[in-house]
Design a binder for this molecule. Structure first.
Ligand code: FE2
Length: 523
């Protein structure tokens, strides 16, 4: 009994006798046999039947064997095609190989030879199909794995972005934003150090106000430690990012020219409010640590955007006055980091000015204004270069002119917030003199805001009563004499009279002691 094969074989030849013989022989062997007299007929069989192997002659009318092989290869390259020819030529052989022909038989062909060839070809075809399926399965698995990884990465990204958004949305005061920003930058980009600098229209030299370092376990650094790491990135690079408002990633060693040799990679992202630069967030990694990637830079920019929203929202919707004050007070603290005298001096001047204002029957609102203006009156010193601000000896005329700009810079910083017009005026005018010889506008007498006239006396008193690097504090009698002499020229006569009346009570002395180094707003 014949073995039952499932395979369907197609024989294509224009010689009927060959078709008959092959058909009979393979039918007996249990194959399903189909025949065609040329390529075109064969194709119509292929349309209807699932053929497992095709034997074809080359020279046939209508469509020859080579064209047929080419067509089969295009339709389904898993169907093996065997060429049977009486006159093989090199050209034909090459062409058939190109068309995916798997074997070649030379006529006359013995049926046993044909059967052996069929078995071999079918075997190869099974292996080929199996291999294809396996390959597809492996590819499928790899694709699923990579999709899975992609998905996990996306989830992680989303979680990071969410974390950034949530973290900023939960900040209660704008003073916290800078600290949170540097801590988060360190944590998310795995930076060694992160620093936030203030830089804007008023403060034109980058001024570091917050920093976090992996060396300190990611904690926010004290002002002193902050000053140690804030100079690692050249000011010029920070200023470039501040002016073109485009985040910057530097990893190539040739681009790190001018940096300390210990630095591997740097990122700098601008923080803008209403499209204007407000500050710069920077991170660095040291040699031997990771280089930052584009994704790190994306996260850094995302942070500065959300910090900007947070600052704006806090400023606009929540406790406007206090929050703006604390943001600005962070600047005073920042001045304190490089010039502790200015911070303490501001506290004492405010305390003295408030005593004088009370004696002169100022309203509660005016006392409030004086409080803010007093604490911030020298805030413009942020914008003065260290070598001038902290110069121990006498200043040159040019240097003194630069120092004098601090009252305008300070007024601009406060003015930028769009609030506190009166405070702004006081800050601008705290170095005006009653006789019109002061700066910056040379205002005279009552043209100088009243509260600025009070602040001016308190300012000069504290300056004379403090130890400075270039001179010791003056004796009380000498201070009182200077203030008395300044009545009507330097100072408003009424304010001087008030000062002279209240001084003997010891109230001023006590207030100065009390406020030697505290923040009146912290209580
Ligand atoms: Fe001043």
């Amino acid at each position: 009994m014949a073995t039952v094969h499932k395979e369907n074989i197609l024989f294509v030849d224009d010689e009927e006798s060959i078709l008959d013989v092959a058909s009979e022989y393979f039918s007996i062997k249990g194959y399903q046999v189909y025949t065609a007299r040329n390529g075109a007929e064969a194709l119509s069989v292929l349309e209807k039947e699932q053929i497992d192997c095709c034997f074809t002659d080359i020279n046939m009318p209508v469509m020859d064997g080579l064209e047929l092989a080419e067509n089969i290869n295009k339709r389904d390259n898993t169907i093996p095609v065997v060429i049977m020819t009486g006159y093989p030529s090199l050209e034909n052989t090459i062409q058939t190989m190109k068309n995916g022909v798997v074997d070649f038989l030379i006529k006359p062909i013995h049926l046993e030879q044909l059967e052996l060839c069929l078995k071999r070809v079918l075997n190869q075809q099974h292996l080929y199909v199996e291999n294809l399926l396996l390959k597809k399965e492996i590819e499928g698995k790899a694709r699923i794995e990579s999709l899975n990884l992609e998905l996990l990465q996306k989830i992680e990204d989303l979680q990071t972005l969410n974390h950034i958004m949530n973290d900023f949305s939960s900040i209660a005061s704008s003073a916290e934003v800078f600290n949170r920003l540097v801590q988060m930058a360190n944590e998310i980009t795995r930076a060694n150090d992160s620093v936030f600098y203030i830089i804007n229209e008023a403060i034109t030299v980058p001024f570091a106000v917050a920093a976090a370092s992996a060396d300190a376990g990611g904690a926010v650094l004290s002002p002193i430690d902050l000053s140690h790491i804030s100079g690692r990135i050249p000011d010029s690079m920070i200023m470039d990012v501040a002016s073109n408002l485009t985040p910057l990633l530097v990893s190539e060693s040739n681009l790190l020219h001018g940096f300390s040799d210990t630095i591997e990679s740097v990122m700098i992202a601008p923080l803008t409010i209403r499209k204007k630069i407000f500050g710069i967030l920077s991170t660095i990694n040291l040699k031997g640590q990771n280089r930052f990637t584009e994704k790190n830079l994306y996260y850094l920019s995302f942070m500065t955007h959300h910090a900007a929203y947070a600052i704006e929202n806090l400023a606009l919707y929540e406790n406007i006055y206090q929050n703006l004050f604390s943001t600005i007070y962070a600047f005073v603290k920042a001045i304190g980091a490089k010039d502790s005298y200015t911070e303490q001096h501001s506290n004492r001047v405010t305390a003295v000015a408030k005593i004088l204002a009370q004696k002169m029957k100022c309203s509660a609102e005016e006392l409030d204004i004086l409080n803010t203006a007093g604490l911030l009156h020298d805030i413009g010193k942020i914008g003065i270069r260290d070598e001038i601000l902290l110069k121990p000896g006498k200043l040159t005329d040019e240097e003194y002119d630069i120092i004098k700009t601090h009252s305008i810079i300070g007024a601009n910083i406060v003015g930028q917030l769009g609030l506190w017009e009166r405070e702004q005026q006081i800050i601008r005018c705290h170095h005006e003199r009653y006789d019109g010889t002061g700066y910056p506008d040379g205002l005279k007498g009552t043209a100088i805001p009243f509260l600025a006239r009070i602040l001016s006396v308190a300012d000069v008193y504290d300056a004379l009563a403090s130890d400075r690097t270039y001179r010791k504090k003056m004796e009380e009698a000498q201070i009182l004499e200077i203030i008395q002499r300044g009545k009507g020229s330097f100072f408003d006569p009424d304010v001087v009279d008030t000062f002279m009346n209240v001084y003997p009570t010891g109230e001023i002395h006590k207030a100065v002691q009390c406020h030697a180094s505290s923040n009146p707003y912290s209580a």
